[in-house]
Design a protein around this ligand. Structure first.
Ligand code: GTP
Ligand code: MG
Length: 197
């Protein structure tokens, strides 16, 4: 798919304030710092569309990007940021759970998993929550450009194995890098195929 236009639309603190659900949308979720905002920039070929940061906790709201004036990419705040207080964690949970449970135009979530670290319980828990609530999602293993490629492969294998302890069938899995643009064509093709249905 060709990205003709990619525009920032709006940031909202809760799903009730989101734009009308009149077109398909795809949400990016995962641990803080996993590369959600960077992947949105990579897919749209706009290096500064979504704000990124070396520090976790950059994205705080539900951010809408209007793509080809036809569908939305949605950048969500990440989970698992160690310095987050209890109140903020609760607010995050409410915002995210309501988003996924109420947003009828959400076609598919992209659950991002850092290929540079071994399986994290918090990621398995979040994947299980999506599965239990029948939220459609695919997994994207990020930062595959990082040096220790073989270790990355092991982490990916271990993550799939661990998730497989809970589910008979795993969701589709993709490999990505915001640096090398790995995965761009496959992910855009996937979105195109869902949009067409
Ligand atoms: P929050 O908004 O805090 O939840 O983080 P996020 O998931 O949006 O992460 P973000 O895109 O801001 O990226 C976090 C850091 O990881 C930044 O320093 C990025 O440059 C880096 N990063 C993201 N994707 C990649 C990648 O594919 N490869 C490499 N090497 N670094 C990446
Ligand atoms: Mg972000």
């Amino acid at each position: 798919m060709i990205i003709k236009t990619a525009e920032y639309l709006i940031s909202v603190p809760k799903v009730e304030m989101a734009p009308h659900s009149d077109r398909p949308e795809y949400a990016f979720i995962g641990r803080s710092n996993v590369g959600k905002s960077s992947l949105i920039n990579m897919l749209t070929d706009h290096s500064k569309l979504a704000l990124t940061s070396g520090r976790p906790g950059k994205t705080r709201m539900i951010n809408y990007f209007n793509i080809n004036k036809d569908w939305y990419l949605v950048d969500l705040p990440g989970y698992g940021y160690a310095q987050t207080g209890k109140q903020r964690r609760q607010n995050w949970r409410k915002m995210i759970e309501e988003y996924f449970l109420l947003r009828i135009s959400m076609q598919c979530a992209f659950l991002l998993i850092d290929s540079g670290v071994p399986p994290q319980d918090i990621d398995i828990e979040f994947a299980n929550w999506l599965g239990e609530n029948q939220i459609p999602f695919v997994i994207v293993f990020t930062k595959t450009d990082k040096k220790k490629a073989r270790q990355g492969d092991n982490h990916i294998r271990a993550f799939k194995q661990k998730l497989g302890e809970y589910w008979e069938q795993l969701p589709p899995c993709y490999l990505s890098s915001a640096e090398t643009k790995r995965g761009r064509e496959e992910l855009l093709e996937f979105i195109e195929s869902v949009n067409a249905n």
